[in-house]
Design a binder for this molecule. Structure first.
Ligand SMILES: C[S@@+](CC[C@H](N)C(=O)[O-])C[C@H]1O[C@@H](n2cnc3c(N)ncnc32)[C@H](O)[C@@H]1O
Length: 197
């Protein structure tokens, strides 16, 4: 993901106006669950940030994680998700990760797949990413974890996670691990697990 369009909210509004179907960037739950389940308990309050039309929260719910709040900056998307999941127990909030107003220390886990990547495609990306990360830090309980799934390798991405605030572990995932994938191409993605110090 390197295109400037991914950093613009208008792009996402336009996309979700037409694309209503489920779509997952990088990986489904199956491809990342071995890593993620090491850090999340079923009792945890989870913020799924930049949720998009990902199947992740539904797959996580089926795996026993019941306290999931989904948020995204696209109003169209969130209205659609609220309507489609009226009978469900998950929360859907229209918020910007950089200015979200959840109370301090209200989540055990913040999970995002492709959101930091999107923010880094936008204008003033370094500053905006720091706003995003400081909000995540604020809403996490002490010792809580921020999990980021991305295409970006450690030599580039780790410089964004200030070690004074985060203890960072990185994991590499190969697309070859996903049995349903029909291609032989080996694509590498990464999961960063950042514990709040
Ligand atoms: C690359 S998509 C990833 C969607 C989903 N997480 C997935 O894995 O399929 C990035 C998502 O982040 C949302 N987004 C972008 N900037 C945002 C912001 N500042 N605050 C909250 N959500 C944002 C977009 O609307 C989009 O749904």
């Amino acid at each position: 993901m390197a295109s400037a369009q991914y950093g613009r909210s208008e792009y996402w509004e336009e996309r979700y106006l037409h694309k209503k179907e489920t779509y997952d960037w990088y990986h489904h739950w199956d491809g990342i669950k071995d890593i993620i389940t090491q850090f999340i308990l079923p009792t945890h309050n989870i913020l799924h940030a930049g949720c998009g039309t990902s199947s992740l929260p539904f797959e996580m719910q089926a795996a026993g994680y019941s306290k999931i709040v989904n948020m995204d900056n696209s109003n169209i998307l969130i209205e659609d998700m609220k309507q489609a999941n009226e009978a469900g127990t998950m929360q859907w909030d229209h918020k910007d990760i950089r200015t979200m107003n959840y109370p301090d220390k209200s989540f055990d886990v913040v999970l995002e797949k492709g959101l930091l990547d999107s923010v880094l495609c936008g204008d003033r990306s370094r500053i905006m990413s720091q706003r995003m990360l400081s909000q995540i830090y604020r809403v996490l309980v002490d010792g809580g974890v921020y999990i980021s799934v991305t295409h970006s390798p450690p030599e580039i991405r780790k410089s964004y996670f200030d070690e004074r605030y985060w203890a960072v572990k990185d994991f590499k995932i190969s697309m070859m691990r996903i049995s349903s994938l029909k291609t032989d191409d080996e694509k590498i993605h990464y999961v960063y697990v950042c514990s709040k110090r």
